[in-house]
Design a protein around this ligand. Structure first.
Ligand code: FAD
Length: 532
């Protein structure tokens, strides 16, 4: 297997090259005070001390249980900023005692039975790209053991139903493997979260992931026809139907359940023919909020662009899309059925009505940190989208506090919330770190609202990186709730968002979730501490 970093994002051989690290450091130095950064250096895995495992493998499970340092260290954290920092510092107290690698539904059930009988915490693990503490055994001290259950061996395309345009896919299949397998059938799942390279179908379903398409079917939910989940009480397999009015939808109980109710092992997903027609443009806006009003007009027009992403001026600089002097809306349409020129023309007309100037962004960027074809602004943005996690890790190694937060809010409240979040993030990061760069973009648009997304880049202090970010995060999360928005549009709840999630959900709904968990997981071992 291609070796993956045990402490950060991605494959070891894909880390950012030295010359690009230098360019990145120079650019960051123009935006924040980088004179006193406390760099963090990864240590070799054999220099990392892990707490000894508290369990041994029972004979029946020995072939699928691992206790070695690489597996345990690699399954200790997700990929949030605070996870990468702790791993770089060699802090592995929450390491699972064992990592299970089941190869079948029967083996998933056997691992769950072992955990339930012995009261071991059982933590489902897909690609481990959670940014909300979703895969971390933070509950470890309350349980005699914690077992990370990695689905990577339950992978692959199982069946294609071409006439119904659906595909049965195993839950441990990573994004690129899904698309590779569907390609010979001329199909695509059309779901591209930024973590696509190293996240799985099961993780997407369990967290209700959002892909990069900006309108219509933004979340994995809408692409899900049916799914199978193994719980400590047995298996739930929902029916394949195009639609049904028969009571609450069973798969909706498991979508977003974050491993607390059961382990999803496969799902029938709605697939579509690969697009052959494309039309796209960038649109320049002197004012970000004029761009937001154009995005709203597009969202309410019924045109449903595949991309409708508004980057503020500073985002354009970091993404190599522009020079940092204006906001850019990236508009794109795609279809496997018809040319899209008329759609694009109408979209640009709407943008012009809001002061947008189509084109631009092609000037030589101050930063181009990713290789790939195409040199227009949209192509550069696409390259940076998938390369960004590697850049983030390089910044973390430099000693920079670098993290994102996101939300969704009604258009009615959008502008006030966006201003308040920018101000709160800037103030909190300035107070905690001395200086800060806060950038934002709109990632998804709906007829009734939008999903704004923010990046914070600030100088870290030795030994305080995690607490610095935690303070900023608490301030912006309070502002999100106060502004009537949601604690997450697509990053999920996990352990980190739970206090704010509990504030936004109805108490009776919370009680209902607890009742469902008590029924499906009577021993309370499945991913303790997420959601509930
Ligand atoms: C750089 C970066 C970019 C990201 N971009 C996006 C984005 O664009 N859109 C987005 O939605 N999210 C994004 N995320 C967050 C993350 O990738 C998603 O939450 C993703 O859906 C997690 O998938 P995974 O396979 O890695 O799951 P994991 O991180 O392994 O697990 C996530 C949660 O799901 C549970 N789980 C995993 N597999 C199963 C299963 N088979 N059955 C039951 N429970 C399970 C875990 O216990 C955990 O609670 C990003 C994260 C990073 C680090």
């Amino acid at each position: 297997m291609r070796p993956r970093s045990y402490w950060g994002w991605g494959y070891e051989d894909a880390a950012l090259e030295p010359e690009r690290r230098r360019q990145l450091a120079l650019l960051v130095g123009t935006q924040i005070d980088a004179s006193q950064l406390a760099a963090l250096a990864p240590r070799p895995l054999d220099a990392v001390a892990l707490p000894p495992p508290r369990v041994a493998a029972p004979a029946a499970l020995a072939p699928i249980l691992r206790f070695d340092a690489r597996e345990r260290a690699g399954h200790t954290y997700g990929k949030a900023y605070r996870d990468v920092v702790r791993a770089l510092r060699g802090e592995f107290e929450p390491a699972p005692d064992a990592v299970a690698l089941p190869r079948s539904d029967a083996e998933v059930a056997a691992v769950l039975e072992w955990c339930s009988e012995n009261g071991y915490a059982a933590i489902p693990y897909g690609g481990g790209s959670s940014v909300v503490g979703g895969v971390e055994a933070r509950c470890k001290a309350d349980f005699p053991a914690a077992v990370s259950i990695d689905l990577r061996r339950l992978a692959g395309l199982i069946e294609v139903d071409a006439s119904s345009r659906a595909a049965l896919i195993a839950a441990g299949t990573y994004g690129p493997a899904i698309e590779d397998a569907l390609k010979p059938h001329g199909m695509t799942l059309r779901h591209y979260p930024q973590s696509f390279e190293l996240s799985t179908l099961g993780g997407w379903l369990a967290t209700r992931a959002g892909g990069h398409f900006a309108t219509l079917h933004t979340h994995i939910d809408d692409l899900t026809e049916s799914l199978t989940a193994i719980t400590p009480r047995g298996t739930i397999e929902t029916r394949r139907l195009p639609a049904s009015g028969a009571g609450p939808a069973p798969e909706r109980l498991l979508l977003g359940s974050e491993g607390a109710f059961g382990i999803i092992t496969r799902a029938w997903m709605r697939v579509v023919p690969r697009p052959t027609f494309r039309a796209s443009s960038t649109v320049r806006f002197a004012d970000f909020y004029a761009g937001a009003r154009a995005a709203r007009a597009l969202a309410q027009s019924g045109l449903y662009p595949a991309n409708c992403r508004l980057l503020d001026a500073r985002e354009t600089l970091l993404n190599g899309v522009g020079d940092g002097s204006a906001s850019f809306l990236l508009v794109a349409f795609e279809s496997a059925d018809h040319p899209l020129d008329a759609w694009l023309e109408r979209a640009l007309e709407l943008c012009r009505e809001h002061g947008g100037v189509p084109g631009g962004g092609e000037a030589a960027p101050r930063l181009d940190l990713a290789d790939g074809a195409g040199d227009d602004a949209s192509a550069r943005w696409r390259r940076m989208f998938l390369r960004a996690p590697y850049l983030r890790d390089a910044l973390i190694e430099l000693g920079v506090v670098v993290e994102t937060f996101e939300t969704a809010v009604l258009w009615r409240d959008f502008e006030a919330l966006h201003r308040s979040l920018l101000e709160t993030a800037q103030r909190a990061a300035g107070a905690v770190c001395g200086s800060a760069l806060v950038t934002s973009r709109i990632t998804h648009v709906y007829p009734d609202g939008a999903a704004p997304y923010f990046t914070v880049i600030a100088p870290g202090r030795a030994g305080s990186h995690v607490s610095q970010w935690d303070e900023i995060k608490a301030a912006v999360s309070d502002a999100i709730v106060a502004g009537g928005a949601t604690i997450t549009h697509h990053h999920a709840v996990g352990r980190d968002h739970r206090p704010w999630y509990q504030e936004e959900r109805a108490a009776l709904f919370g009680a209902s979730l607890r009742a469902v968990k008590a029924e499906l997981d009577p021993a309370g071992v499945l991913n303790p501490g997420v959601l509930i």
